[in-house]
Design a protein around this ligand. Structure first.
Ligand code: ADP
Ligand code: MG
Length: 664
């Protein structure tokens, strides 16, 4: 914020990377592959690509720098463009899903790992790039793990074909170096000397039942006893939790003793302008309290934190191959994450970290987090690999995914018609088309089937919303009001058409920001969904698909929000993607179970309608439904569901329908 080019250059010279830049560049020239390990904030992500570019080491190619998180890719690219005193999208650019801010002149390209993986389908040798930097390697996302294999194969083949060599730099803050070194044929490892100050660690004396409550208590205990110029960083799990804690802090602050407080949230869904608040100093005498998700653990560095409050939890998606249920669960962090979080307090002076869990609990935790590839759905990744011409079974991975999960993903792809066989799979014509959409295969299949039912227009909107983050905004302290405002969008047919109603109304609203606020909708996520729709539409048009609508305005009844669609068309199209899910449609299990909203999925799992589902308003709940998302948070919930006629089950899943009947 408001820094002059001189300030920025001075700041660059202060970073630990700067001291060792010559040695670093020598090593990069000498070796094709290397690992760089350095404390968060030492300047790896922002500086190393710049140093390479200043020396023109990339030659005619470009430098790709991957990030697991979209927000990190964007904010870092903006920062680097400012440091290089150039406009974003020229020499420095970024490319994230649904947003490409680069030009043919771009030499330093920050991108999500998922985007580079997509590029690899079209060009497995990554010929555009002479340097690929795989950053935040310790996070072990599926995409980064797969990219390790892609760059390894590309390097080998480019050598064999005598093409220009590909340099690979793997970077991380903390990492299980040995397994990486082995994987990359004993490549050299460079350790950057971080300049860190001692951090005193305090553990809870007793086990905490409610970490949110414990966090608020700790904040105010420390607030009363530490000088005002000490900033706090609190790790929480997500937007709604951050909003609740922020609300509580603001309420209590009115009564509490101590200096004035400025609270800054930091999470992925926050508008960029608000994110930048985090880097702005609070006025003298005011304490800054940053409430952040895991993004502040390693991806972005916030200076001048003296006090870290670590709840010891993180929100993580996991998946069970058997039932196809995705699980978004709050889980204990690893020991490595605990050290990493504590380290955030010692960047500019000695600090303290307050762990809201006991020392025994800490010692019982695993050293590292389980790599994503061992716990996530792999259908999209498999589809990409097959599209890139890779045989999944002999692809070099650091950790092989569980055979069950590979099998479930391949059988899903087979059911969706994307591949011809589960053994030695080849892409079908429709599978090739599916791979061009940057969305989950179950969703791209819906789009590809929609023209047949004349509803591509509606399907695009629904899939765009499903591919974005939650469009409803339900702050804890205004829950009732938010639920009341949602009523007018609810469709008795279910959640898909409810989402469509919201999306259409949003598109029509003249003052969108204001309108979202009034209706408890997330403006940023809806705007994003519009962009997603544009991109998906462009791909459909490229594939020569016909965009027609099955809807018509229904004027007599609440014309502003509700439209009627050919529900059968829409549901059949949705079913083309949903039927193949491990638990596609759920049927009733006896009349009592139906009244209670209990269902069994096609994969045999017991599941309930999510409390937020539009179908909750139906009495009795529908006998059969199809859902596109399954979520486990204690119980298994069908998150986005639409009612269907039971005979639909017979058509798409006859065995399952027979079983349901037998159960009744
Ligand atoms: P590393 O990748 O080693 O963790 P970075 O290159 O991300 O380190 O960060 C180097 C320095 O740049 C940090 O000290 C951080 O404070 C500063 N920095 C990064 N992004 C921004 C930003 N958007 N605004 C202000 N400073 C930033
Ligand atoms: Mg970094």
């Amino acid at each position: 914020a408001n820094e002059t080019p001189q300030d920025l250059q001075e700041a660059r010279r202060q970073l630990p990377v700067y001291m060792v830049r010559n040695r670093l560049l020598e090593e990069i020239k000498k070796h094709d592959t290397m690992i760089v390990i350095g404390e968060t904030g030492s300047g790896k992500t922002t500086q190393i690509p710049q140093l390479i570019h200043e020396q023109r080491l990339e030659g005619a190619g470009a430098i790709a720098v991957t990030q697991p998180r979209r927000v990190a890719a964007i904010t870092i690219a903006l920062r680097v463009a400012a440091e290089m005193n150039t406009e974003i999208g020229s020499i420095v650019g970024y490319s994230v899903r649904f947003e490409d801010v680069t030009s043919p002149r771009t030499k330093v390209k920050y991108m999500t790992d998922g985007m580079l993986l997509r590029e690899a389908i079209l060009d497995p040798l990554l010929k555009k790039y002479s340097v690929v930097v795989l950053d935040e390697a310790h996070e072990r996302t599926v995409s980064t793990d797969v990219l390790f294999g892609i760059v390894k194969l590309a390097q080998k083949e480019r050598n064999e074909k005598k093409l220009n060599p590909l340099k690979v730099i793997v970077m991380s803050a903390t990492m299980d170096v040995d397994s990486f070194k082995k994987y990359f044929n004993n490549c050299p490892v460079i350790y950057l000397e971080g300049r860190t100050y001692p951090v005193t660690i305090y553990h809870s004396k007793m086990k905490q039942e409610d970490y949110q409550y414990a966090a608020v208590c700790t904040i105010f205990q420390l607030h009363a006893t530490t000088p005002a110029n000490h900033d706090f960083l609190v790790f929480l799990t997500g937007q709604e939790e951050i909003e609740t804690v922020m609300y509580n802090i603001k309420q209590i602050a009115k009564e509490a003793t101590g200096p004035p407080i400025r609270v800054c949230p930091l999470y992925a869904g926050l508008p960029p302008a608000k994110q930048l608040q985090v880097w702005r100093d609070a006025p003298p005498g005011t304490r800054k309290i940053i409430l952040a998700t895991n993004i502040a653990e390693a991806s972005v560095t916030i200076p001048r934190i003296q006090c870290v409050i670590d709840t010891g939890v993180v929100k993580e998606r996991t998946w069970s191959g058997g039932t196809g249920a995705e699980r978004l669960a709050v889980r204990a962090t690893s020991q490595a994450a605990g050290w990493q979080r504590a380290g955030r307090a010692g960047r500019t002076q000695a600090g303290a970290a307050y762990r809201l869990y006991t020392a025994d609990e800490f010692r019982a935790r695993p050293m590292h987090q389980t790599p994503e590839i061992l716990r996530c759905p792999l259908a999209s990744t498999m589809l990409l690999l097959i599209a890139a011409g890779v045989e999944p079974s002999n692809f070099p991975l650091i950790d092989s995914p569980p055979p069950d999960s590979v099998k479930a993903s391949l059988s899903l792809l087979k059911e969706l018609g994307a591949v011809d066989s589960e053994v030695n799979p080849k892409l079908t014509v429709i599978g090739k088309k599916m791979s061009t959409f940057p969305i989950e295969p179950k969703y791209s299949k819906v789009l590809l089937c929609a023209p047949e039912y004349n509803c591509l227009d509606e399907a695009l909107s629904i899939i765009a919303v499903l591919s974005s983050e939650n469009i409803f905004h339900t702050p804890m302290h205004k829950r009732e009001e938010a639920i009341k405002m949602k009523q007018k969008f609810l469709s008795p047919l279910g959640d898909h058409i409810t989402l469509l109603n919201v999306f259409k109304a949003f598109c029509k609203a003249p003052l969108k920001k204001q309108w979202c606020k009034e209706n408890y909708l997330n403006h940023k996520n809806l705007t994003y969904a519009c962009e997603v729709r544009q991109q998906l539409l462009a791909i459909c048009l490229k594939l020569n698909m016909t965009v027609t609508s099955c809807g018509q305005a229904y004027d007599q009844y609440n014309p502003q929000y509700l439209s009627v669609y050919c529900a059968d068309c829409l549901r059949t199209a949705l079913g083309s993607g949903a039927r193949a899910q491990a638990g596609a449609a759920a049927g009733r299990r006896g009349g009592g179970a139906r009244a209670a909203g209990r269902y069994v999925t096609a994969a045999g799992a017991a599941a309930a309608l999510h409390p937020a589902s539009a179908l909750q308003a139906l009495r009795p709940p529908p006998a059969a439904l199809l859902y596109t998302e399954l979520l486990v948070t204690g119980r298994t919930y069908m998150l986005t569901a639409s009612a269907i006629q039971p005979h639909w089950l017979h058509q798409v899943a006859p065995d399952y329908a027979r079983r349901c009947r037998a159960n009744r």
